[in-house]
Write a protein that binds this ligand. Structure first.
Ligand code: DGL
Length: 271
């Protein structure tokens, strides 16, 4: 791995602005770090794209984040993590560490839920990849994973439909599926879902654990930076939030995902 310094920024990317839920958890846990965020809004949603397309976009984004001097890259997107992590790890391993959103959650589940039945919801790409299932089964902890694609949830949230009657009905229709019957906990396998965590918990009458990866991913980043003496000891310089396609509605939605409004800079990935 090349020489990296504590003061260099943390690179984070997602298909769009949903990954800001992960960026927010990182900000809360490591306030000194400066963040360079890239949302590939021109190619959103990744959840319906082919593996090959997501791999091509991810390589391009990694090049951009490396050119900005990032000391680590966080793939803040489940669909990208399931389609492109192995390739990206191979591609940049000489330069920086890549952290995906799936492995920290798998480690958490393996540690806490041996012999249990765990539900997973996510995009079609994430569920079809079978990555969570394979990694959880490899642990040999007798955990049964019941996975289900819930593709209507991302557009629903992006259109602002949550905490209302429509979101309630859609969530209920998905979660009542027999495929998810008798689970002990549910993994939110998509960056957007933290926004409907409360509604999901209410569906289960607060009797099931709802596992949101943003916090475990931030904790995993924190451990990596601390172990390698890469935590920024000083308050970092300005953050940058870039997108491959700019609209006012993307900018307005940042507040929902990052808990504060941010200014989006447009950067053409293919320029
Ligand atoms: N960020 C994606 C994920 O976590 C959801 C949005 C999309 O499909 O692009 O899977």
């Amino acid at each position: 791995m090349g020489l990296v310094h504590k003061e260099q920024p943390v690179g984070i990317f997602d298909s769009g602005i949903g990954g800001l839920t992960v960026a927010h958890a990182i900000r809360q846990m490591m306030p000194n770090e400066s963040l360079i965020y890239f949302g590939d809004t021109a190619h959103l949603p990744y959840g319906d794209k082919s593996e090959a397309a997501i791999q091509a976009y991810s390589i391009r984004i990694a090049d951009l984040l490396l050119s900005k001097g990032c000391k680590v890259i966080v793939m803040a997107c489940n669909s990208a993590s399931s389609a492109a992590y192995e390739l990206l790890k191979e591609y940049v391993h000489k330069d920086v560490r890549i952290i995906n959103v799936i492995d920290p959650m798998v480690d958490y589940v393996v540690e806490h839920y041996a012999n249990k039945r765990i539900g997973l919801i996510g995009t079609k790409r994430t569920i079809q990849s079978g990555v969570y299932k394979r990694k959880i089964e490899e642990s040999g902890r007798n955990i049964t994973l019941c996975s289900m694609a819930t593709p209507m949830l991302v557009p629903m949230i992006e259109e602002g439909y949550f905490n209302n009657r429509i979101s309630h009905d859609i969530i209920e229709a998905y979660l009542s599926d027999p495929m998810l019957a008798n689970i002990d906990a549910l993994i939110l396998g998509c960056t957007h879902y933290p926004l409907i965590r409360k509604e999901i918990a209410e569906f289960y009458q607060n009797r099931k654990d709802i596992l949101d990866s943003s916090e475990v991913v931030a904790a995993s980043l924190n451990t990596y930076l601390a172990d390698n003496d890469l935590l920024n000891p000083h308050k970092g310089v300005m953050d940058h939030f870039m997108v491959s396609d700019f609209t006012e509605s993307f900018e307005a939605s940042t507040k929902l995902f990052f808990h504060e409004a941010v200014r989006l800079e447009r950067h053409d990935l293919w320029a």
